[in-house]
Design a protein around this ligand. Structure first.
Ligand code: ZN
Length: 144
């Protein structure tokens, strides 16, 4: 394991996301509005539809999966950092269906909030930037 930086607890927010909002975009807008450069996120609630992705490690590309049905957000967790100097959220989500089965993946834009409660925590310390990693093809955190 490679430690990139050490952080202290920063500001904390409890927020309710608006009905009809795009889940990922709302969190990124919140991070930009409050200048949260590094942080962690937790969201529970429900969505009216969802778009997630699965990363194909051989092709090095994301394949999108769209679920056009009401779903519970059973668990949605992730982080905030910077990519090309913009606030970016990276979240993974587990969604519950009416029969108790689950769907999930890497959260994409197009996931629409029915009701959602977010716990947003800032980590105080150095900026954390994402950059292209040739081995994985992913925008991973960089050590500077
Ligand atoms: Zn991911």
């Amino acid at each position: 394991m490679e430690v990139l930086h050490e952080y202290r607890q920063g500001r904390r927010w409890i927020a309710r996301l608006p009905y009809g909002a795009d889940l990922l975009q709302s969190l990124e807008q919140f991070a930009a509005a409050h200048d949260i450069k590094v942080g962690r996120l937790e969201v529970i609630g429900a969505v009216s539809k969802a778009v997630v992705a699965f990363y194909d490690q051989e092709k090095k590309e994301y394949g999108a999966l769209e679920f056009n049905e009401p779903l519970e957000i059973l668990c949605c967790t992730g982080n905030l950092s910077l990519r090309e100097h913009t606030n970016r959220a990276h979240l993974h989500i587990i969604l519950g269906r009416q029969d108790g089965s689950t769907r999930g993946g890497h959260l994409m834009s197009g996931t629409i909030v029915f009701a959602a409660e977010a716990n947003i925590e800032e980590l105080a310390g150095p900026e954390l930037h994402r950059g292209f990693d040739p081995r994985t093809g992913l925008p991973l955190w960089e050590k500077d």
